[in-house]
Design a protein around this ligand. Structure first.
Ligand code: ATP
Ligand code: MG
Length: 767
């Protein structure tokens, strides 16, 4: 194909171009990291618009994070050279699902200003339900139930559809019943949880074909990034929206669920995609919905089975493997050129992932230079690791590298604190992405609770949170009384309060306090109409006594909290009104503090998906941390393979430098333990890896030797790589250690390195 055409097409390779220009029918771009899948999606939107195929509002584009959505909008603007008028529906499944649900809230027994609960609210609510059912919260923790319900929702299961066997695992068989009463409570509270944002849409679509048809007609083009990480609910939602309206027949609502395998019975499954990697454990899906539909619309999904890392949250790589079955006539396009990483990095990543069995297998090549080898560095402990990485970052900075192009990707979020501490000491600017969020701090949640009650008087959880904050003499007894009252009359707590202050059920002092609270909220609600929402927030914080409460507080962090409250009010300026702001808060999955500033990014491997940086640091490659202990304890390979994909995702984020670390001692959940370097290090190709000394300075001073002993067992290193440290380790080998290595099942390839590890740990004392 000649490279004539619009400017935005000119940089694309022929396969990418085909993916952009195949506008009719289903398209799957199945390709490895950094091959330009996301770029293809963005270009495709630009192409649809500039060809006049659809108006912006007729395009639905789903990204994995809010950050990715913003990025896509930005790129789109650049490609089209002008601001797009009327933006496409561009956002996460949650944000778009929520937008649709708000439009039809009444069909889900909600009001359009419903609150989106976060996990904390969810757990509080479930605790109340457990109490009401006399279920022991210690034996059956509310968090566990929250996890179960979340899992069911991810699989598109309403309370009536939960398989009895699964409902039985909680609270002596009461799991299903609790799920049902939880849903009822949500309606009364005018609230939804994250799962509902899609599940309620699906229900509405099924029960109201006319509404579904409206959306089917509206969305002429549907685009989905990171398709390998969609779960069943997301799949069902997409599937409903992507059927051409003309093919619409009345939806099948069946009580029972059938497995996907059954649903596909009679059809010959997708030949090319399925043969190589059948999904071992298909999850239930409604019967009719896996049927072939001849009229699928223009849906384009992009993804990479090797980057499927959300299996633990219900994502189903099966969705991508079955794409051409689900969307018949799909064109499958493969991209093989990686534009992101240098040769060594790409080779290391490809070699690592090749150890997985369940994969389609892909070719990836780069025309880039080999660049620097991937480095592997051992440290004494995690503190030395953080110190070493801190120094390397400063060194990169001196060489003129931008901090924005440096990321530290951790396996577990607790690893972050050490880096945060280090960066604060060094005065190195950093930001935490997707981490412990600003909006989750106690003072912020209190302030938000006030705003939520103003926005939605039925928001009982919010009301309960602040009714006695600051202290007003409205203790548990009062709240309990309000609860009784509210339950009897089926009214919100706030309304119960309004009614109770007219009676003499409360002692005069409490009654006076409560009356003031009700009056204040009434006043604030009236003010809302005439006052800017930022001003209103300040007024609320001041008049409620909340600001004063922290001003009087003597604890060390009070000043910080006041700062945070100021920052909260400031952050509201970016939104048109209170409703918009509160909606944003509930949807923000990824925080990006001061995106403009030059700062190191700190995040988990999971939140690094889709991103790229020149320099990527990968600390903590140790057995029990990465791969995680949970996957090591598990039967079967599935969990371990997902961990390996996570490693692959981590490495492929890097453009020019990838630096891996492991520490020999690490404190996990408060206790120190000696660790063993990750098996994934064994799986890296020697030719692309260099072992370096820690720059963290060590009391131990044996890092290089240790690393070498480790790599004696690397498949590609062979025995040619020796250092004195390695020889020392060899000399220390003992039968006892050999037995230990075999007993733990870690001693693959002869178990030599584990012996080295244990001999080291026995010759040096743990901190
Ligand atoms: P991931 O699987 O990690 O999400 P991806 O396949 O979505 O990766 P992109 O992020 O779209 O890949 O692209 C990776 C990098 O390569 C980006 O910096 C992108 O701008 C660049 N790129 C993609 N295609 C081309 C091209 N044809 N010419 C030059 N650069 C390209
Ligand atoms: Mg991408």
């Amino acid at each position: 194909r000649a490279s004539v055409g619009p400017k935005y097409l000119s940089g694309l390779n022929p396969e990418q171009r085909e993916a952009v220009e195949t506008l009719d029918g289903p398209v799957l771009v199945l390709a490895g990291a950094g091959t330009g899948k996301t770029r293809v999606l963005t270009t495709r939107i630009a192409h649809i618009l500039s060809q006049g195929r659809a108006r912006p509002s007729e395009i639905l584009s789903v990204t994995f994070t809010n950050k990715a959505a913003r990025e896509m909008k930005h790129r789109l603007g650049l490609m089209l050279g002008h601001a797009v008028e009327g933006m496409p529906w561009l956002g996460t499944f949650h944000s778009i699902g929520g937008r649709i649900l708000r439009t039809h809230a009444e069909l889900a027994q909600l009001k359009s200003n419903f609150t989106v609960l976060d996990v904390d609210d969810q757990v509080r609510l479930l605790k109340q339900l457990l109490q009401a059912e006399n279920i022991d919260d210690k034996r059956w923790p509310a968090r566990m139930l929250a996890g179960l319900i979340d899992g069911w929702k991810n699989r598109g299961l309403m309370p009536s559809q939960v398989p009895p066997g699964e409902a039985a695992v909680f609270g002596n068989g009461k799991g299903g019943k609790l799920y049902a009463s939880y849903q009822e409570r949500l309606k009364i509270l005018n609230a939804a949880d994250f799962g509902d944002l899609l599940l309620e849409d699906i229900r509405i679509f099924r029960e109201h074909p006319d509404i579904l048809r409206q959306y089917q007609q509206r969305f002429k083009y549907i685009l989905v990034d990171e398709y390998q990480d969609t779960n069943v609910a997301q799949y069902l939602w997409l599937r409903l929206l992507s059927q051409a309206p003309s093919s619409f027949t009345s939806p099948r609502v069946r009580g029972e669920v059938a497995s996907r395998r059954d649903a596909g019975e009679g059809d010959s499954p997708s030949t090319e995609l399925l043969e190589t990697a059948p999904h071992p454990d298909p999850l239930p899906v409604k019967d009719g919905e896996r049927e072939k539909s001849p009229h699928t619309k223009n849906i384009c999904c992009v993804g990479d089975d090797d980057q499927s890392i959300y299996g633990w949250r219900g994502a189903e790589v099966d969705n991508i493997l079955r794409f051409d079955h689900d969307f018949p006539g799909a064109k499958v396009i493969r991209l093989e050129r990686n534009y992101r990483s240098t040769g060594h990095i790409l080779a290391a990543a490809s070699h690592l992932i090749a150890h997985n069995e369940g994969r389609l297998g892909k070719t990836l090549r780069t025309e880039d230079q080999d660049g620097e080898k991937v480095t592997v560095t051992g440290s004494w402990d995690s503190e030395e690791e953080a110190r070493g990485i801190g120094e390397e970052i400063e060194q990169l900075q001196r060489q003129g590298e931008k901090l924005n192009e440096i990321a530290i990707l951790v396996r577990a979020s607790y690893q972050m604190r050490e880096f945060e501490d280090r960066f604060v000491t060094l005065g190195l600017p950093y930001r935490v992405i997707g981490g412990p969020r600003f909006y989750e701090r106690a003072e912020i949640r209190d302030a938000l609770a006030y705003l939520r009650v103003i926005n939605s008087p039925a928001d009982d959880l919010a009301f309960e949170r602040i009714v006695n904050v600051p202290k007003r003499g409205l203790g548990d007894a009062t709240v309990q009384m309000l609860h009784d009252h509210a339950r009897k009359r089926r009214i919100p707590l706030f309304e119960a309060a309004r009614a109770v202050v007219e009676t003499d059920e409360l002692k005069p002092k409490a009654r006076g306090s409560l009356r003031d609270v009700v009056a204040q909220f009434d006043r604030w609600r009236a003010q809302r109409e005439i006052t800017a929402h930022t001003d209103l927030a300040q007024i609320v914080l001041d008049e409620s006594g909340y600001t004063e409460m922290w001003q009087k507080d003597r604890s060390a962090d009070a000043a910080g909290r006041l700062e945070n409250l100021k920052e909260l009010v400031r952050s509201m300026e970016e939104f048109e009104n209170l409703q918009g702001f509160l909606e944003h808060i509930s949807l923000v999955m990824d925080r990006d503090g001061g995106a403009e500033d030059d700062a190191v990014s700190l995040m988990t491997l999971h939140s690094a998906k889709g991103l790229e940086f020149d320099n990527v640091f990968l600390p903590g490659w140790e057995e029990g941390l990465f791969p995680s202990q949970r996957t090591l304890d598990e039967q079967g390979r599935a969990g371990l393979e997902e961990e390996r994909r996570l490693g692959h995702v981590g490495l492929t984020r890097a453009r020019r430098r990838a630096k891996i670390y492991f520490a020999t001692n690490r404190r996990i959940h408060g206790t120190w333990s000696t660790t063993i370097p990750s098996r994934f290090l064994d799986e890296l190709p020697a030719a692309n890896v260099e072992i370096t000394e820690s720059k963290g300075g060590s009391a131990w001073g044996g890092t290089g030797g240790y690393g070498a002993s480790r790599f004696d067992d690397m498949e590609a290193f062979g025995s040619s790589y020796t250092t004195p440290g390695w020889q020392r380790a060899q000399a220390n080998r003992s039968q006892a250690n050999r037995n230990r290595g075999q007993a733990t099942g870690q001693g693959r390839d002869g178990g030599g390195f584990e012996e080295a590890a244990s001999s080291f740990s026995s010759s040096s004392s743990s901190p």
